[in-house]
Design a protein around this ligand. Sequence first.
Ligand SMILES: Nc1ncnc2c1ncn2[C@@H]1O[C@H](COP(=O)(O)OP(=O)(O)OP(=O)(O)O)[C@@H](O)[C@H]1O
Length: 370
Amino acid sequence: MTKRYPDGTVAVDRLSLEIPDRAITVLVGPSGCGKTTTLRMINRMVEPSEGSILLDGMDIRQQPVNTLRRSMGYVIQNAGLFQHRTILDNIATVPRLLGWTRQKARQRAAELMERVGLDTSLAKRYPYQLSGGQQQRVGVARALAADPPVLLMDEPFSAVDPVVRKGLQDELLRIQDELGKTIVFVTHDIDEAIKLGTMVAVLRTGGRLAQFAPPAELLSAPADAFVEDFLGADRGIRRLSFFPSEGLELQTSPLIAIDADAAQLAGRADAPYVLVTDPDGRPLGWSEPDRLTAGAVDREQLIDHGRPFVPGTDSLRTALDGAVLSPTGWAVAVDGDGRAVGVVSQQVIGEAIRAAHRRVTHGAGVEAAR
Ligand SMILES: Nc1ncnc2c1ncn2[C@@H]1O[C@H](COP(=O)(O)OP(=O)(O)OP(=O)(O)O)[C@@H](O)[C@H]1O
């Protein structure tokens, strides 16, 4: 569709997209590129000048606008809550409009508070008594209240600090895993787009589509210089987030328990570094083997082992990060319970990266490993 505002501004120019069901599609691009206009055309807050939008094959103009909007949750920056209503009543707004009893609507609202990670003790407060991040959670809960199949989100997390923002993003991914909504999410932040999107539409100024692709494909094959520039300088490193770390060859010989005896220590004497673990196998830190004395290992003397990675769950990016940050140049691999299962060098990770690149180049695709 195309949107030309009355003053002649072309906000969206012949945009054509097929938005997948039960997935997150992100619209991303610089300020003024038509993201909000596009989103608002989906719930008919803005009418297109040309073209049409089909929902499950049916033109959205074929149903009353109120019916359409109630099938689409809408979340905006700063949450847009009703200031004179309690948190519970804010969330219960749409169910009440739909004619639910007050009790049923409030019960649903309380359930949703838990779902979005809000303590139900906040139910009777007013929006101004909540932090920005909590208000955004209320905004998400309110949009989900009537269980709409579609969720439209316009820069919902832009007004909060980076730490809160990460929490909100993780929460959205978790909720989406449970609920499987069809979400259209607007942001100007490419990292947010890559983290959240199943599909990402990069728009350029003038409301033109520059590229529509899964995030891994955007990072590996930007369509043109504009997309490449928008993705930023460390595209190669960020792309490693989509390469799984399983299959990395781990070495177990440098592992040694803190209660190891002299013979076991002597067996490690040739290694440049050993990774000392607690008696349960959880990593404590690195040491040069000749600095260890059986029965008298000083935990304070150990070198920080950095953040370990979980093979198969974490990506090659996390593994590489662990190795780069470790003074020894080795990353520590742990199982789901945090027990060390081996160590891996930067060199081996580098070889795995090259192999992953070759697989992608030969058309085997990139597996998501977030
Ligand atoms: N009601 C309006 N009348 C005239 N022009 C408008 C109107 N609303 C938006 N525009 C213009 O349309 C273009 C696209 O605006 P839109 O808000 O869709 O962009 P955006 O990508 O969401 O921007 P941002 O990231 O800054 O929110 C801009 O040039 C904007 O000035």
